[in-house]
Design a protein around this ligand. Structure first.
Ligand code: 5RP
Length: 227
């Protein structure tokens, strides 16, 4: 099965966990894209009454084009369920997110959610996190100094650029610095250290957040792993 088919398969499948009346967090990326489409279809066909919050400007635009209204996260007491993608997940369902640069809003929504489901193609399943460069959202003020601190720790940072070569700026007007680590032996320790630096806004390690990961097996059937 092609990667895009895997994304569609699990993305659409996960929409079945949305129940009438829920406050739903909409994730960001090419897998969550299919979930959002499927949810919009269910709203139309089943007349479901749902309240939505979004993890990025990109997702807000997509949802709105599908006729869904996005609410401000500050206006909801708690999110019932968030369905989002991930860049890597390990056997304990620890993960890396932020490949689309939306890690800050994604983490705020995820940690405000009663339940988090990740939808992933097979390439995201790893034994040890770190082959995917770890995104870190960094304040532009003093960023050269923040980045130097990453360099001193041997974290191989690079400032994320867009396809046209310009610097990628997040929805909160910050930089994304990708750390090329190969393997992360101590994700908890690294996450705590990164977030202790004044110029770091948030990092892409999502630890103890996912309740369930849905991904396809080689034979095309769907595997669901619970934390
Ligand atoms: C965006 C994310 C995405 O969820 C992650 O990058 C997965 O994306 P995709 O579903 O396109 O592979 O964290 O910041």
């Amino acid at each position: 099965m092609e990667q895009v088919q895997e994304k569609q398969l699990v993305g659409e499948y996960a929409a079945k966990y949305v129940e009438d009346g829920m406050i739903v967090g909409l994730g960001t990326g090419s897998t969550a894209y299919y979930t959002i489409h499927k949810i919009a279809q269910r709203v139309k066909e089943e007349g479901m009454k749902l309240t939505f919050v979004s993890t990025s400007t990109r997702t807000t635009k997509l949802a709105q084009t599908l006729g869904l209204t996005i609410h401000n996260i500050n206006d909801v007491p708690e999110v019932d369920l968030t369905i989002d993608g991930c860049d890597e997940f390990d056997p304990q369902l620890k993960g890396i997110k932020g490949g689309g640069g939306a890690l800050l809003f994604e983490k705020i929504i995820a940690t405000s959610s009663k339940q988090n489901i990740w939808v992933a193609d097979r390439s995201k399943k790893v034994e040890v996190l770190g082959a995917f460069p770890l995104p870190v959202e960094v304040l532009t003020f003093g960023s050269s100094h923040t980045i130097r601190k990453f360099e001193k720790e041997g974290l191989n940072p690079s400032i994320r650029k867009k396809a046209d070569g310009s610097v990628f700026i997040t929805d909160s007007q910050n930089l994304v610095v990708d750390l090329h680590l190969s393997q992360i032996e101590d994700p908890e320790g690294l996450s705590i250290w990164l977030n202790s630096l004044p110029g770091v806004v948030e990092n892409g390690l999502f630890l103890g957040i996912a309740d369930r990961v849905i991904y396809p097996k080689a034979d095309g059937s769907i595997e669901e792993v619970n934390a």
